[in-house]
Design a protein around this ligand. Structure first.
Ligand code: NAP
Length: 224
């Protein structure tokens, strides 16, 4: 887990937590292309203003970046249409993955979502499933896919549906037992922590898919 790491979506709920973990980890340089300014600077943090493409943004970088982490995403409501949503949740992560690969990326870690399925009749789940499928074709040495349930955390953007669902479901924690465990809402920080755990463990199979309850357990064990 030494060397340089790349992260896309570092200003997001999961991405911001992950950025902190990456900076505390053994990477000697962490490169974060972002649209908005990050609230702090660190010696080993290289903040790059996102250009038209990741390729263009990373043009001056020579790598190698063995590990790349992707926490990009939006909502259909914020994006304004299904097409724009797919641009951010499908095309952009793929573009980032290809750019990372050209810079030596051997391991790719991505947050998709519970229910990701390229054959789903639900557009959101289908988009996430298509992304997973396309990423698998890139033949990273290791592809780690994290499929969290509803994310909890302090979000700057107000998302009424998610907030209501988050508080309601958090009250119902006793319901999420046994086979229902994977539906339990999860802290964004736990997802980020599990991504780092996966990076330090590595994997001999690819892709490795992490269900939400597994993510929660990995995070719990790491913080115990
Ligand atoms: N919300 C949930 O409950 C939930 C549940 C399961 C899975 N997920 C998935 O988990 C992942 C992480 O979710 P999150 O809630 O942490 O995401 P988030 O807070 O919405 O952050 C998304 C990140 O993507 C960036 N981004 C969005 N549109 C972009 C664009 N057009 N160009 C460049 N960057 C762009 C954002 O940058 P800016 O800060 O500049 O906007 C931000 O860094 C997403 O793929 C999401 O679909 C979410």
């Amino acid at each position: 887990m030494a060397g340089q790491a790349l992260i896309a979506g570092a200003t997001g709920l999961v991405g911001f937590e992950l950025l902190r973990f990456l900076l505390e980890a053994d990477y000697h340089r962490v490169v974060a292309p972002v649209r908005k300014k990050l609230p702090y600077q660190r010696e080993k943090l290289i903040e790059l203003r996102l250009q038209k493409t990741y390729e263009e943004t990373l043009a001056e970088e020579t790598g190698p970046f063995a590990d790349a982490f992707c926490c990009l995403g939006t909502t259909i409501k914020t994006a304004g249409s299904r097409e724009r949503f797919a641009q951010v949740d499908l095309n952009l992560p793929l573009e980032f993955a290809r750019a990372a690969q050209r810079l030596g990326g051997r391991r790719f870690f991505i947050v998709t979502a519970m229910g990701a399925d390229k054959n789903s009749s639900i557009f959101y789940n289908r988009t996430k499933g298509e992304l997973e499928e396309e990423l698998s074709k890139l033949n990273f040495q290791e592809l780690h896919i994290f499929r969290p349930s509803l994310l909890l955390g302090q979000r700057q953007e107000f998302r009424l549906g998610e907030r209501l669902a988050g508080s309601l479901l958090s009250e119902l924690s006793l319901v999420f037992q046994g086979p229902l465990k994977k539906y339990k809402p999860i802290q964004a920080r736990s997802v980020a922590r599990a991504m780092l755990v996966a990076a330090s463990r590595g994997s001999s199979t690819s892709p490795t898919i992490y269900r939400s309850d597994i993510i929660a357990r990995m995070a719990e064990e790491a913080s115990a």
